[in-house]
Structures are given as structure tokens and as C-alpha cells.
Design a protein around this ligand. Structure first.
Ligand code: GGG
Length: 361
């Protein structure tokens, strides 16, 4: 008998706690339908509440506690009233990404049938691309410092770090992905006119990688015009490769053009499977709407679908479970209950239950 897939469940903060039960409802409905054995292990840490009690976001042995897990299903982190955002993020999510070498952050962006598009004249199919964000280095570093703090001469320096290994593995993943898709197109986010050392270097890495993929057409866009094109010509895009910060910005902008970032899922992947990968909504903990049962659970649910697909290597029961969850999301967005971010008045739970009913068939 195949062994169970071991999943660490970390709801985190704010609406992470409200959308997680709906994500689990969908994941469990799909697992039951397709005979996937799951072992769920809930952890209460990686939250600002834990920080308030212990002075840190996670216990010292967090890695040992997660050893043997096949995936991490993660809600959201951040409660700035009690813990500064950079402390909560660096104390939890960024530790997972870096110490589990989840160097790919895959963020699908798709306009669904039935969802009013804020962009004039766009229909489903016009917005359907994948942002591939570098996830362990780049602009996200804690390298730097402050001099002459609190004086008129105050100076702050923070470094960005791009390694050849980091760029090559990101680009290889993104080109492989582009090659596997019907459009076979890759766009690189750059800013090589203004950021005159690291970005021309990125352009050269992409050019070198592209030489191995003659079947993939590629282009590069400065990040400013790329942002405009996400709004004006989203149909141009298929796979978009970006550094950590550029990818983070693009993967909020993209979903905003599809109606709401409440739909946007993500997969923080360690493609070699030496470590567990992590699946989370793109949105954060949204303290302003926490406790109202109005958060859209679909990003969490869709992230769960990506997790099940990953667990079985994109094949068999995990793939079937993924497809059933995405079909259920499509059905509910076409004619089911909606949360207020999509103009509806349904609650988080109501939407989650409707999706789970579709999955069960
Ligand atoms: N579920 C994602 C989450 O909690 N995100 C918080 C956040 O600000 N993340 C920043 C990032 O993805 O770099």
C-alpha cells in the first residue's frame, strides 16, 4: 500500500486562520474522492500569537518538527499591531523558503469565466500566465546596515544578491515550463537600463539559457513597462521569469487584473524534493478583514490543488485531485456564492462548502 503523504498545516495569522479550514475541506474532499492518503499535522507556531508568548515566531527545533513532511500548507503571516512585518516574515515564511531551498515561487494568474474583469474587453483566455519568481535571494536580503543612526548624516545600505546558481536554476525551470506549454513563450522582467550591473547580468543569463531552448520564443521587458503591459496587453504573456521583488510585485498586480488577489495561489517549490515545498495564497493575513468571515478562500483552495499535484509528481491521483479542485473553483466562480471582493455577499465558509460539494461530485 502506498504510504500517506505527510502535510504540515500552518494556518499562521489573520485570515490565514479563516481560509485554512476551507482549503483543508477542499483538499480532503479531493483526497477522499481519488483515494489519496493524507496525514495532516497541524502546527500552531509561525504566528504572531506564538511570538507574543515566546519572543520568536517558531520554536528552535522547527526544522526537526517538519522533518519527514512532504509538503507545508501555509495560510498567512503578519500581525503588525504586535510584531513588525519584517520580523514576522523573516522569522517564519522566509526561513522556510531559504532553509528548505524553495527557490521557485510559481504563481499562476488566470481570468476565470464569470468573474468581471477590471480590464476593458478582456475575456477568459486573455489572461492566463505563470509568474516564476526567484525565491531565495535577490532583493530579499538582510545584508546591509545603518550608519550615523539618528543623526543628520544617517546612511542606510542594503545589498541585493544574485548568484549564478540562483539565476541559472530559476531560468532553467522557467524555460522548461515555457517549453511544456502550448504558447512556448517566456518573458524576462528586467531593468537593465537603470540598474546597470545586476540587471544586464540577468539579461545575459537569460540569453545564455535561451540558447538551449530553440523552440521557446523569449523577450525581455523593463519592469515599469512590463507592469503596464500586464494591464494593457496581458494576452502577450505565458511564462514570466522575475527576480524576487519584481516577481512579488507582478504576482499581486497580475491577479488584481483578474478581479481580486483573493484568487491567487502559489507554490514555493524545491523542485529536487530534498526538502518539503510550501503552498500558500499570495495574499497576506489582511488584519483589516480578519474575524468577519468574508475572506475569499479560493487562493487557499487553489494552493491546495497545486500541493496535491506536486505530491504525486503531476500524475495519477494527485493530478486528478488537482483537476477536480480547479473544476470546482471554475463552477463556483461561474454560478456559485461569492465573497465581497468579487461583489458577492457570501461568507468564507459558504464559498468553501460550495467548492467542496462540487469536488465530491
Ligand atoms: N500567504 C502569504 C503571506 O502571508 N504573505 C506575506 C507576505 O508579505 N509575503 C511576502 C512575500 O511573499 O514575499
Amino acid at each position: 500500500m502506498p504510504r500517506s503523504h505527510r502535510i504540515a498545516v500552518i494556518a499562521g495569522d489573520g485570515i490565514g486562520r479563516e481560509v485554512m479550514p476551507e482549503g483543508l475541506r477542499a483538499v480532503q474532499a479531493a483526497a477522499t474522492r481519488f483515494g489519496l492518503a493524507l496525514e495532516l499535522h497541524a502546527f500552531e507556531w509561525a504566528s504572531c500569537e506564538y511570538y507574543a508568548q515566546h519572543g520568536q515566531m517558531m520554536p528552535d527545533d522547527w526544522k526537526a518538527q517538519l522533518s519527514g513532511m512532504d509538503a507545508i500548507y501555509f495560510g498567512a503571516v503578519g500581525w503588525p499591531d504586535t510584531v513588525p512585518d519584517h520580523v514576522s516574515l523573516w522569522g517564519s515564511l522566509l526561513k522556510f523558503r531559504r532553509e528548505f531551498d524553495q527557490y521557485i515561487n510559481l504563481r499562476p494568474v488566470r481570468l476565470f469565466d464569470g468573474v468581471p474583469c477590471p480590464l476593458a474587453g478582456k475575456k477568459p483566455g486573455d489572461i492566463d500566465y505563470l509568474v516564476v519568481r526567484e525565491n531565495t535571494e535577490g532583493e530579499y536580503t538582510a545584508l546591509g546596515g545603518v550608519m550615523f543612526e539618528g543623526t543628520e548624516r544617517e546612511i542606510v545600505v542594503q545589498e541585493s544578491v544574485y548568484s549564478r546558481v540562483g539565476a541559472e536554476r530559476l531560468l532553467k525551470y522557467a524555460f522548461d515550463l515555457a517549453q511544456s506549454r502550448p504558447k512556448k513563450h517566456l518573458s524576462l522582467a528586467t531593468k537593465s537600463n537603470g540598474i546597470a550591473i545586476s540587471m544586464p547580468w540577468w539579461d545575459r543569463q537569460a540569453e545564455a539559457m535561451a540558447a538551449h531552448y530553440p523552440g521557446v520564443a523569449w523577450d525581455k521587458h523593463h519592469i515599469d513597462i512590463l507592469a503596464a503591459r500586464f494591464v494593457l496587453q496581458p494576452e502577450r504573456f505565458d511564462v514570466v521569469a522575475a527576480t524576487n521583488l519584481f516577481g512579488d510585485i507582478l504576482s499581486d498586480l497580475g491577479p488584481a487584473t483578474t478581479g481580486t488577489i483573493g484568487l491567487a495561489p502559489s507554490a514555493n517549490l524545491n523542485p529536487e524534493r530534498q526538502f518539503p515545498s510550501l503552498f500558500e495564497p499570495v495574499h497576506g493575513s489582511a488584519p483589516d478583514i480578519y474575524g468577519k468571515n468574508i475572506a475569499n478562500p479560493i487562493a487557499m483552495v487553489w494552493s491546495g490543488a497545486l500541493m496535491l499535484d506536486h505530491l504525486t509528481g503531476g500524475q495519477g491521483a494527485g493530478r486528478a485531485a488537482h483537476d477536480a479542485i480547479v473544476s470546482a473553483i471554475e463552477a463556483v466562480l461561474r454560478s456559485g456564492p461569492r465573497t465581497p471582493d468579487l461583489g458577492g455577499s457570501a461568507g468564507t465558509t459558504e464559498v468553501g462548502e460550495a467548492i467542496a460539494r462540487h469536488i465530491a461530485g
